[in-house]
Design a protein around this ligand. Structure first.
Ligand code: DUT
Length: 193
């Protein structure tokens, strides 16, 4: 039961609202910080920080955001989350919102053991509107489910030990792929700056 796990301190969901508890998940809310994907012709090279950061605007606060057809924006959960190395998590969309064409992540639903451990962290949401009409996002609205899974044994290399990780951020964070992987290490030709 998630409330008991939160009480034990092994999982942090802050603030925790028991009214948002569901049979096997906790509903999380949308925060009020966003980062827009910006159009352009220059390709994003995940290995190159400058090309990644050029593809997004500055974080901005908003109580309401209108997401047009096909638009992609980073948001974050209002709740800060932390998992001890004994737990992993999974975020999934809400059926209510999926039926409106709203996706809350892009194929990345894993919350690693140790995520936010020692530094509770907002989960970044990759929001995409797949309906032909614009959809309104409001900060504070229930936005996704968080499932929590107890592991049989604690993770040997938990996420808080990953130097390139996202731990500690309270707002949406753009990709740091470039901080973890270099072109040479991946066996690909070319520079890695
Ligand atoms: O939509 C998501 C999915 C995951 N996370 C968090 C939890 C996760 O533990 C962390 C890093 O994601 P992940 O571990 O999936 O990164 P990765 O790109 O798969 O690689 P690595 O594990 O090597 O960092 O980001 C989010 O904030 N939003």
């Amino acid at each position: 039961m998630i409330a008991a796990t939160v009480r034990s301190g092994e999982v942090v969901i802050s603030p925790f609202d028991v009214r948002r508890s569901r049979p096997a998940s906790q509903l999380l809310s949308l925060g009020n910080r966003f980062v827009r994907a910006e159009a352009g012709d220059a390709p994003i090279d995940p290995f190159r920080r400058s090309t990644v950061e050029a593809a997004f605007g500055e974080p901005f606060p908003a109580d309401t955001v209108e997401l047009s057809q096909g638009e992609f924006i980073l948001g974050a959960t209002d709740e800060l989350v932390a998992l001890s190395p004994r737990y992993s998590g999974r975020i999934t969309g809400m059926s209510h919102l999926a039926r409106l064409g709203l996706a809350v992540h892009v194929t990345s639903d894993l919350i690693s053991p140790g995520f936010g451990f020692g530094a509770p962290t907002a989960i970044t949401l990759e929001l995409v509107n797949q309906h032909p009409r614009p959809v309104l996002l409001r900060s504070g609205m229930p936005i996704c489910h968080l499932q929590i899974h107890a592991l049989e044994t604690a993770s040997a290399r938990s996420y808080d030990q990953v130097p390139s990780g996202y731990n500690g951020s309270a707002q949406p964070t753009v990709s740091r792929y470039w901080a973890e992987f270099t072109v040479g290490e991946a066996g690909l030709p070319g520079g890695a700056e």
